[in-house]
Design a protein around this ligand. Structure first.
Ligand code: NAP
Length: 304
């Protein structure tokens, strides 16, 4: 029996683990694929207090080192359900169940897809969701980035150092992402802005060869020759597996209060997977702290 089972090993989940482990608890953290989560795709993190600049990978590695040295138990597995059973919880995975006194869900979000013609067949054949991971494959080649948030802006800047040209395709003429990043993008001679434009189709015989974009103002289309398309159009939560035990909002985010408590006593939610106004690295780690402290309170009250 674990004291706390944490589902998801991004910054929120790993921060929760630090607090729970330092309180002397037996902690299991279950991650389906990538310790560190989304932050590992960030080339430079420059808005986390105490670090002028650190790569997302290094930040995640440091967190993993920290919880490993504190004695966390790790499991790479896909969680399929959480069930409340006589005051404790059963976390079901694709290959076995785990029992815990409290559960913290920190599953983050996954990549939204463009859902355009040619996308499905070119996944892994020129379409990528991570510039840091895949950018190197496109050295000295032309690529497109789609989106107007901070991820799309950061990806464009990162790729402009590697690729010969970056087309940044955004459906509006204003960027949603940080002003500093959009200013830098606008100044970069290797980035061509394709604003007020949407992607109609991603083309190529076996791998990506071009992208067809449509200008929303005059409805004209243009085919741009590129070897890679980086989709950066936001994220969506993936919490359906918990819907039987906790309440989700219409968009699928976990409803939770100021203490990260969900609609089920003993289950807490931390980070991007929960309802909140701002989804940042700092707010994710803050949630991890709050959820862990609330879970510790919950365990203490029940054992008195
Ligand atoms: P985001 O802020 O949600 O931006 C998504 C972008 O994709 C928006 O520009 C949106 O257009 C566009 N979009 C959405 N659906 C689309 C579709 N179907 N077709 C075409 N375009 C579509 O996502 P994000 O950029 O991944 O950022 C997520 C969070 O992480 C944000 O809070 C961001 O601040 C944070 N972040 C921070 C940093 C950093 O360095 N500080 C880096 C990366 C991310 P509209 O603008 O028209 O809605």
């Amino acid at each position: 029996m674990f004291d706390i089972i944490i589902i998801g090993a991004g910054p929120a989940g790993m921060t929760a683990a630090i607090y729970a482990l330092r309180a002397g608890k037996k902690v299991l953290i279950i991650e389906k694929e990538n310790f560190g989560g989304q932050i590992t795709a960030s080339p430079r993190v420059e808005n986390y207090p105490g670090f002028k600049s650190i790569s997302g990978n290094e930040f995640a590695d440091n967190l993993l080192d920290q919880i490993t040295s504190l004695g966390v138990v790790t499991e790479v597995n896909v969680v399929t359900a959480v069930k409340k059973t006589a005051g404790t919880f059963t976390v079901e995975t694709e290959s076995g169940n785990f029992e815990g006194r409290a559960v913290i869900i920190a599953t983050g979000v996954s990549h939204r897809r463009l859902q355009v013609n040619g996308e499905e067949e070119h996944l892994g054949k020129g379409i990528s969701f991570c510039a840091v991971c895949d950018g190197g494959f496109y050295r000295n080649k032309d690529v497109a980035v789609v989106g107007g948030g901070s991820t799309a802006l950061q990806d464009s800047l990162f790729l402009s150092d590697i690729c010969s040209k970056v087309y940044l395709i955004h459906r509006r003429d204003q960027f949603r992402g940080e002003t500093e990043l959009s200013d830098e993008v606008r100044r970069n001679p290797k980035i061509e802005l394709c604003l007020n434009s949407t992607v109609d189709e991603i083309k190529g015989l076996s791998v990506v060869e071009s992208v067809v974009i449509r200008n929303k103002i005059d409805n004209s289309t243009r085919e741009i020759s590129v070897k890679g398309v980086f989709e950066a159009v936001g994220q969506i939560p993936e919490n359906r597996q918990f819907a039987d035990v906790i309440e989700l909002d219409e968009a699928g985010y976990i409803k939770s209060d100021e203490k990260c408590l969900t609609s089920c006593e003993g289950i807490f939610a931390a980070g991007d997977c929960r309802t909140k106004e701002r989804r940042q690295l700092t707010t994710a780690t803050a949630d991890g702290t709050i959820a862990a402290l609330a879970a510790l309170d919950y365990i203490r009250i029940r054992s008195n």
